[in-house]
Design a protein around this ligand. Structure first.
Ligand code: GAF
Length: 384
């Protein structure tokens, strides 16, 4: 059963009556532009056809009753009262979003019964968290008929994750879950929030391979990378590394390296990655899939050698995918890092060869079984 049907069926079983409405918010996969969002830079993800479905009905009071179907847990709170952080992490995503919606729209006092379920694998770099935040944000917007744009909902989701959950993430995942476009990759300028949609290249599929090695963004590594980028921006005297061109970086690279090898490596990744995203837009426009493949490979190597966020299992998957895909198309790690997934833009007629090559080798080499998905670029959050 797909998540939309499941949320509706389970809503009825749990609350004893039918849900009035359902919202679906997608996860995302990032094609290129990693760890650039919180540096005010460029990213090029797409929303995917996996996500969080939330079925809901208005209540006559201001109580939220939430049923998390996948873990069979519930939460309940009165949105007129102060929302407190919970010991249970999942509850903080929901409470955090409601909290910051209330801060923005104090008139919001509409309670609801809610049942939710997701088919985005958790902690795998496909933004299960953003799908949850954006689905709850949209649900609140519909419930209260609130004057919030999709970008507003995205930024509220990010604020909830930063301040309620405690993960200092950027805005890419929430913006993509809110504003993704069917059949398109969306290049986002994470400073101006301008979006440039680019069609998924004709004849190509988006394959995602989950290494099934779990990461956890909150555990230090992500936040420390962010801090190291801020240190590097300070060295250059700019607001964010977005403001440093490749040429400017090269001019002062030695000096930075002397001061801090770590800041040098982190900045090198971010500055060159931003440039690669802009190059990728050009390559896609020119239908130059060979160039795109080179950019994806460079992006992966930069994450491995300079940003140091890949792990051997992920590097191995990328090597296998690069062999199967050949020169036209590419593969790289996607998402926050330290496990999770790789993404590949692969010619349609090579998808099966890719699946087979990975099935024949990955488990043998690592002792872990991968999961293989072919996904489609999808619309952002919507009522279904
Ligand atoms: C995670 C974060 F949530 C994003 O904001 C982004 O920084 C990404 O890692 C790395 O590109 O998904």
């Amino acid at each position: 059963m797909n998540p939309i049907e499941l949320s509706q069926t389970e809503f009825e079983k749990h609350f004893g009556y039918k849900a009035a409405q359902t919202v679906f918010a997608p996860g995302r996969v990032n094609i290129i532009g990693e760890h650039t969002d919180y540096n005010d830079g460029f990213v090029m993800p797409c929303a995917i056809n996996y996500g969080m479905a939330v079925s809901f009905t208005k209540r006559d009071d201001s109580i939220f009753r939430i049923y998390a179907i996948d873990i069979n847990e519930t939460d309940a709170f009165d949105i007129k009262k102060e929302l407190l952080k919970s010991e249970d992490k999942w509850k903080n995503y929901v409470r955090g979003v409601v909290n910051f919606i209330k801060a923005r729209c104090p008139e919001f006092i509409q309670g609801a019964d809610i049942a939710m379920t997701s088919d985005v694998p958790m902690s795998s770099g496909l933004s299960s968290s953003a799908a949850l935040e954006i689905s709850i944000g949209k649900t609140c917007q519909v419930l209260g008929d609130l004057p919030l744009s999709l970008a507003d909902i995205a930024l509220i989701g990010q604020e909830a994750e930063n301040k309620f959950v405690g993960a200092n993430v950027g805005n890419m995942d929430q913006l993509t879950s809110a504003l993704g476009q069917k059949d398109h990759l969306v290049m986002i300028d994470c400073r101006s929030l301008e979006i440039t949609p680019t069609p998924v290249p004709q004849g190509y599929s988006i394959a995602i391979i989950n290494s099934n090695v779990k990461h956890d963004l909150v555990t230090g590594e992500y936040n420390s990378r962010r801090q190291e980028c801020e240190n590097a921006a300070e060295f250059f005297g700019v607001k964010a590394l977005r403001d440093v061109s490749v040429e400017q970086f090269e001019q002062r690279a030695e000096e930075l390296k002397q001061q801090s090898e770590l800041a040098y490596k982190r900045a090198k990744h971010v500055v060159t990655e931003n440039a690669r995203v802009l190059e990728a837009v050009k390559a896609l426009k020119a239908n130059d899939m060979e160039k795109l493949g080179v950019l994806m490979a460079q992006s992966h190597n930069s994450m491995r050698d300079d940003f140091e966020i890949t792990i051997p299992e992920i590097d191995y998957l990328v090597e296998l995918a690069q062999v199967a895909v050949g020169k036209k198309g590419g593969a790289r790690m996607t998402g926050g890092g330290f496990g999770g997934c790789i993404v590949s833009l692969v010619p349609n007629d090579k998808v099966e060869a890719l699946r087979q090559l990975v099935a024949d080798n990955y488990e043998k080499q690592t002792g872990i079984k991968e999961t293989f998905y072919v996904c489609t670029a999808s619309d952002g959050v919507h009522l279904v």
